[in-house]
Write a protein that binds this ligand. Structure first.
Ligand code: FES
Ligand SMILES: [Fe+2]
Length: 352
């Protein structure tokens, strides 16, 4: 057995602050571009980026991520709860300094002596992959470098084209790494997910030796993640013969978890809020030809996912409560949890 991360990574608020400073330099998934209203030009969305309010804009030259802070005397430019909107410029509510959507200062009333080039908004990096918005502060790599082998492994799933069919949101009283580690192992599937284990018998035995690269087989007669294991929806058009009947999963560090069925994708975006609290958005994404149908009804997939999600979050909250005990010294990964070792490597190499 291998030792898990030391206890303080799950229960110490100072460690959370240190980790958050590190995470800001990682490409972080902030949601679907279409749901954030950022697919067309002249748009602004106000978003949370690791506890900082930022503006994400789109103009004719593309996407921009900017600090939501005026360069004059520091007023917030837009309230953090503003809905996405159309805009040609961003005007500070205090003294009307006005910025273009790329963050450059256009106009500062009665301040002709300043050089606008010295007063642009703080700029972060913004990019897209798979239909999601990604933001990082002075990233060490490109987004594609950070994504590594993931885009190639799931290239036949038309991620960028998919549409939101159903969304679940959860406020989970657990550290984000407890949730990611739980996602990375199926040792718990037998005890925690009886319904899912009936759909995917390999999960019941702990998911050992599951061929994740080829996809995970379902029980006889089932081919997708719904309550019945089937659905009227068609598989995505370009999948190979395995993908049309099997299931794939990816954990895209630091905060996107993907579960890929043949005809829908469950995408989880994690937002760490505190050492012991994580907001989770679970989007069920479908092919646009399916969502456009008058008969479209994602509840067969939604019923299963919401059930499995609640089982996962309840056990993650139990882990968080246990880890907070003075009697918890540190965890261990059983051989079946080898993939969870990954998070130890990923995190410690970045925290130094
Ligand atoms: S603080 Fe924004 S214009 Fe003065
Ligand atoms: Fe689970």
């Amino acid at each position: 057995m291998e030792a898990a991360l030391p206890r303080e990574h799950y229960v110490d608020s100072q460690m959370f602050a240190r980790e958050r400073d590190m995470l800001r330099h990682e490409w972080t998934c902030l949601g679907r571009l279409d749901e954030l209203g950022l697919t067309g030009p002249d748009r602004v969305a106000v978003l949370d980026f690791h506890s900082e309010s930022i503006l994400v804009t789109r103009d004719a030259s593309g996407l921009h991520a900017l600090g939501n802070v005026c360069r004059h005397r520091g007023s917030q430019l837009m309230p953090a709860d503003s809905p996405p909107c159309g805009a040609k410029a961003i005007r500070c509510p205090y003294h009307s300094w006005t910025y273009a959507l790329d963050g450059s200062l256009m106009h500062a009333p009665h301040a002709d002596d300043i050089d606008p080039a010295d007063f642009a908004l703080t700029s972060l990096a913004a990019d897209t992959w798979g239909g999601w918005l990604w933001v990082a502060e002075s990233p060490r790599t490109t987004l594609l470098e950070q994504l590594g082998p993931v885009p190639e492994r799931i290239r036949r799933y038309p991620l960028a084209d998919l549409r939101l069919g159903l969304r679940f949101e959860y406020d989970v009283q657990a550290n984000w790494k407890v949730i990611a580690e739980n996602y990375n192992e199926c040792y718990h599937c037998g005890p925690v997910h009886p319904e899912l284990s009936r759909l995917v018998p390999a999960f019941a035995s702990g998911g050992k030796d599951i061929p994740w690269e080829d996809g995970v087989p379902h029980r006889e007669g089932a081919w997708t993640f719904t309550m019945s294991g089937t659905t009227d929806r068609a598989p995505f058009p370009d999948l190979d013969e395995h993908e049309r009947v099997k299931h794939k999963g990816e954990l895209v560090y630091p905060n996107l978890m993907l579960s890929l069925s043949a005809e829908h994708v469950a995408a989880y975006t994690l937002t760490p809020l505190a050492i012991d609290r994580t907001h989770i958005v679970c989007d069920l994404l479908f092919h646009p030809t399916e969502t456009a149908k008058a008969t479209f009804d994602p509840s067969d997939a939604g019923d299963l996912w919401d059930l499995v999600n609640r089982q996962d979050w309840a056990i993650c909250e139990s882990v968080q409560r246990g880890m907070s005990s003075r009697y918890f010294q540190g965890g261990w990964y059983a051989p079946m949890e080898d993939d969870s070792l990954d998070i130890r490597r990923w995190l410690l190499s970045r925290l130094g």
